[in-house]
Design a protein around this ligand. Structure first.
Ligand code: SAM
Length: 234
């Protein structure tokens, strides 16, 4: 999952739009809700887009991701930043954080509830008291019909994305890339859909309070299908 070529394609195909958009919203959210926040940890940081933007705004943001290929891109783009390769279900950072984020469906990449609960407990252990865990969750309605979506990257490179969902809520994202008509990559990413009540229960078990689910992070703005979840460490 997230091989070298897939990570490059992820970085170059414009999927950075999502963390860029989230970064803008998070900066506004922080001003209104946690202006004192100094340290942020981004779990499943991917190519480091969110951390880079936060760091440009003077926030000490660190990232961790399971894929060494995604982390390599993050480190190259931001050599002064801290980007660790690690599994967020067991990762133990050196210090504590005011805010922990986990976006771009990274939670859905954990395909069993035990792994999600383990990760929630870890996050709770290194959040400061009063700190907030902010993450997004893929919503069932975001998984469209399994019609492939075709992209033309340049005159030599075409890609297609196909998302399917089974009855158990397992989502399979198949990515195919062709260069001059030859297959150069076929990669499958597996995610799991979780209902909000399951996630609420796991957060409560881990010790979180003030748990809220909404279709947007900010009060103003348009609703989107994605769930934004905020949970506080009392
Ligand atoms: C769809 S990408 C989102 C990346 C980034 N958050 C963004 O918004 O661009 C999901 C990321 O989660 C990472 N990931 C999946 N399972 C993980 C785990 N157990 N621990 C840490 N990262 C994980 C993947 O390697 C991938 O980079």
């Amino acid at each position: 999952m997230y091989s070298k070529i897939f990570s490059r394609i992820y970085n170059e195909f414009g999927w950075n739009y999502y963390p860029e958009a989230f970064a803008g919203q998070l900066l506004t959210w922080l001003t209104a809700n946690a202006p004192q926040a100094q340290r942020i940890l981004d779990l499943g940081c991917g190519t480091g887009v969110l951390c880079r933007i936060l760091r440009k705004h003077g926030i000490a943001a660190d990232g961790v991701d399971l894929s060494e290929n995604m982390v390599a891109i993050a480190r190259e783009a931001d050599p002064e930043g801290r980007y660790d390769v690690g599994d967020m279900t067991v990762y133990e950072p050196e210090g504590r954080y005011d805010i922990v984020t986990c976006t771009g469906d990274a939670v859905n990449h954990l395909t069993d509830t035990a792994a999600v609960e383990k990760m929630f407990r870890k996050v709770h252990s290194y959040l400061e008291e009063g700190g907030v865990f902010i993450f997004d969750l893929l919503n069932e309605t975001e998984v469209p019909d399994p019609e492939p979506i075709e992209f033309r990257y340049d005159e030599h490179t075409d890609a297609s994305l196909q998302m399917t969902k089974d009855e158990a809520g397992i989502v399979t994202l198949k990515v195919r890339v062709k260069e001059d008509g030859e297959n150069v990559l076929e990669e499958t990413v597996t995610e799991r859909l979780y209902g909000t009540e399951i996630i609420r229960g796991l957060l409560e078990n881990a010790g979180f309070a003030q748990i809220a689910f909404a279709h947007r992070l900010l009060e103003e703005g348009k609703d989107v299908p994605t769930w934004y979840v905020t949970a506080e460490k009392p």
